[in-house]
Design a binder for this molecule. Structure first.
Ligand SMILES: [Zn+2]
Length: 312
């Protein structure tokens, strides 16, 4: 259907459509954002009328062309680092001292519940159990997706209009899940299962989708680098525990907050480069190891102080 020929939009959220019989003008609904585009003069393309038999409802699918202005560094005066993890599914912090912790506890319990059910059904191993297993995995997937959606919305509501920095997790599986450790305790194996099964990539994708602007930074050493003196070591996280304790300067901070702060600092560097060069790097370039090493050594110079602020 061609716009202005077979159909057109009228005032008062009405649409005029050609039918076999005659031309009709009827009110329509739509997503607020899409209606806004139409009102603000988006280029309207051809439309398709589609009937949903089950709902007995007609939908008019319309192609819209909109021009989005390029983002500018000055649009994003606040920089946020978001660390994803098990204990807290997300810790978001700005470059001052505002931070928000989003607990993963309730979701983890629900996930363990799913795991127990799955085990039980797998032991039964009959055909009806297989069907129920498939249904269960669907339910679990939807639960995780819904949780991730809400989490992403909550983070963005807490820090609106910010430039969001996320860890580039492309290599993280090889890095942390690599060799199977025979000595791993039962607890750490349990953690490993949870870590590999919670979809952090999905959470990041939702944040990326919904945020005004989100970028990825290198994930290397974000949980090991001291933001007070720069000392970087695995031993800064005794027993991979709740607290980060720098073995060199003694600085102590919640380990997930430290991760978020390191990400925020790196995001700040990316923003500064963006302001200086006009080019925004949305994902770290990992094609050249020398370039990456240079970037990491620059990150190693970063220190946290509450005066840290994007130069505006
Ligand atoms: Zn230190």
């Amino acid at each position: 259907m061609f716009y202005k020929k077979d159909y057109s939009f009228k005032k008062g959220q009405q649409v005029s459509v050609d039918t076999l019989d005659k031309r009709i003008v009827i009110p329509h609904e739509g997503y607020a954002k899409h209606l806004e585009y139409i009102q603000n003069g988006a280029e309207i393309g051809s439309g398709t009328l589609w009937y949903d038999k089950r709902k007995k409802q007609y939908s008019l699918l319309v192609a819209l062309t909109i021009t989005v202005p390029d983002p500018q560094p000055t649009d994003h005066k606040r920089v946020i680092g978001v660390d994803v993890g098990q204990r807290y599914h997300a810790v978001a912090t700005d470059t001052r001292s505002n931070a928000a912790f989003f607990s993963g506890k309730a979701a983890r319990q629900k996930k363990d519940h799913f795991a127990r059910l799955r085990k039980k059904l797998q032991r039964q191993g009959i055909r009806s159990a297989t069907r129920r297993l498939i249904a269960l995995s669907g339910r679990e997937r939807r639960f995780i997706a819904a949780h991730n959606h809400k989490l992403a919305n909550d983070i963005l509501a807490r820090f609106p209009q910010a430039l969001i920095g996320l860890e580039d997790l492309r290599k993280i599986c090889e890095r942390t899940e690599g060799r199977r450790n025979k000595d791993a305790s039962k607890k750490s194996r349990k953690n490993k299962r949870r870590r590999s099964q919670w979809s952090f990539a999905e959470l990041q994708a939702f944040i990326d989708d919904k945020a005004p602007l989100a970028i990825k930074v290198d994930a290397n050493y974000t949980s090991q680098a001291c933001t007070s003196c720069g000392h970087t070591s695995k031993a800064n996280r005794p027993n991979a525990g709740l607290m980060f304790r720098c073995e060199s300067c003694g600085y102590e901070v919640h380990s997930d907050l430290l991760g978020g702060r390191n990400i925020a600092l790196r995001t700040l560097v990316v923003r500064q480069d963006w302001a200086a060069t006009g080019c925004l790097s949305t994902t770290p370039d990992v094609s050249c190891s020398e370039v990456k090493a240079a970037r990491l050594s620059r990150y190693a110079e970063l220190r946290w102080s509450t005066d840290t602020n994007p130069s505006l």
